[in-house]
Design a protein around this ligand. Sequence first.
Ligand SMILES: C[S@@+](CC[C@H](N)C(=O)[O-])C[C@H]1O[C@@H](n2cnc3c(N)ncnc32)[C@H](O)[C@@H]1O
Length: 224
Amino acid sequence: MKYWIEHSKTYDRFMTAYPRYLSMLDFHRQALRKCNLVLDSGAGTGNLTLALLEDGHNVVAADSNEYALNILKRKCKPYISRLNVVKIDLSKKTSFSSDYFDGAASCLVVPLVTRPELYLTEIYRTLKNGGYFSASPLLPKKGLFDYLINTLETDIKHTGLTIKYRPEWKKFIASAKENAKQIMKKSLEAEELMSMLDRIGFSEIEVSNDRLFNGYIILVRCRK
Ligand SMILES: C[S@@+](CC[C@H](N)C(=O)[O-])C[C@H]1O[C@@H](n2cnc3c(N)ncnc32)[C@H](O)[C@@H]1O
């Protein structure tokens, strides 16, 4: 968890300028557009939470990283009446009621949660029948770290951010490298994830053909 705290410190500076990440957020917004109450699971510093609030949803933002949740709370302050922030370990059974959420998002959280099957089963349990789930999992494909850092650096070059904030950029790269190591270790392949969703009971499972992340991250939507 220590590296998540480190990562949160520099995450927004560079990620919110990364067009591919913003397109990923748009994918979730689009997938959840019909929902009222949405769970943003593994909400982190709250970029998706903010987008969902701007779109008019009621949002429960859940994460175990208090440092990131404090950033989220500051960022989402104008929408506080429609936001509930919960510090929670998503690798355990949650106290959310069954059949509660209209939609749930998981943006760059699988496979970082240590027990993905329990995590996804909990999402299923807490969704209403017909509820929507969108996920953008990171896949353990060789070259993940280089791909993400190289595309990020190239895509945001014109902003001058990596020059202006050189020490932060170096810290970001170091924590991103640590994250990528964890992802490679946990090794949940796309096919395993799809069969897990199917086994849990999700239907209408669709993987977007989008080549946004060259197969390192896939965009998945499905329903309970
Ligand atoms: C790469 S960040 C993604 C944050 C956010 N969804 C986004 O896209 O910007 C992954 C998030 O998952 C959270 N996370 C990882 N394992 C968790 C767990 N067991 N319980 C709750 N949150 C967890 C981390 O704290 C981190 O904020």
